[in-house]
Design a protein around this ligand. Structure first.
Ligand code: GLP
Length: 244
């Protein structure tokens, strides 16, 4: 779906998430959301916060799993995705802190493998993701699943692509400050979500959006793995859709 601006697209996505939360509430069920960071979802979170404050949208039945975190990364750092999620969403809504799951950037190297297996297991045991929000990196990554990622990969640690680190460099005041690794939900983890929405805004996403939607399914552009997911929608603005 192509919107003329990211604001309208974001409001539409927030509305879908709010409807899902409310429909689960009506059935007395929990709502399991997979959440993303980056600039793309910021307006979606802003709108959800507005709905909480002005329309009484409650997050009391919501359990969240974030896609990724830099590694190593202290959760109190302003660069952490933990910090980002609290700043943009969690600090402003009534979610139970015990229901927030974000990969931990300080787990020890020897515990990391098991930690990742347990992250996937926790998602599975709770019934799987009802909804997964995604952005897209210019390497074609979703979460931090860089080129070469297997279509069935689970949550794991990954080495970041140079382009990904270069894109993150301004907020870290230089590429040398950007961690070289991250923990990311796998492609297999993401694709088990019942519903997926990917957001892309702006000219600089146009070519990867074209490759993702129109190209062959390939590990070189991991977002192409979404092509055979039965319930995925791309929400774009005119600029991101300009090459389609
Ligand atoms: C990071 C995140 C991704 C995100 C991507 C794009 O790499 N790990 O989940 O999709 O950035 O970021 P932005 O939305 O700022 O363009």
């Amino acid at each position: 779906i192509v919107f003329s601006n990211s604001e309208e697209g974001s409001i539409c996505v927030a509305q879908e998430i709010a409807n899902l939360i409310r429909s689960k509430q009506a059935e007395n069920k929990v709502c399991i959301l997979g959440l993303a960071t980056g600039s793309s979802p910021i307006k979606v979170y802003e709108e959800l916060v507005r709905m909480h404050k002005e329309e009484g949208l409650s997050f009391s039945n919501v359990i969240t799993f974030n896609l990724d975190e830099y590694y190593p990364m202290d959760k109190n750092s302003v660069h952490s995705y933990y910090y980002f999620m609290h700043q943009h969403l969690f600090n402003h809504v009534d979610i139970d802190p015990a229901n927030i799951n974000i990969p931990c950037g300080t787990v020890s190297a020897e515990d990391l493998h098991q930690y990742c297996i347990d992250y996937d297991l926790k998602i599975k045991e709770i019934g799987g993701l009802d909804f997964q929000l995604l952005g897209i990196g210019r390497t074609g990554h979703i979460g931090f699943n860089e080129p070469g990622s297997h279509y069935n990969s689970g949550t794991r640690s990954i080495t970041l692509d140079h382009l990904t680190r270069a894109d993150a460099a301004p907020s870290f005041l230089g590429i040398n400050n950007v961690p070289k690794k991250a923990i990311t939900m796998g492609i297999g983890t993401v694709k088990k979500a019942k519903r997926i929405i990917l957001l892309a805004w702006g000219h600089n996403k146009a070519s990867v959006v074209k490759e993702t939607i129109e190209g062959e399914i390939t590990s070189e552009v991991p977002a192409t793995y979404l092509q055979d997911h039965p319930n995925t929608t791309f929400i774009l603005n005119d600029e991101a859709a300009q090459d389609l």
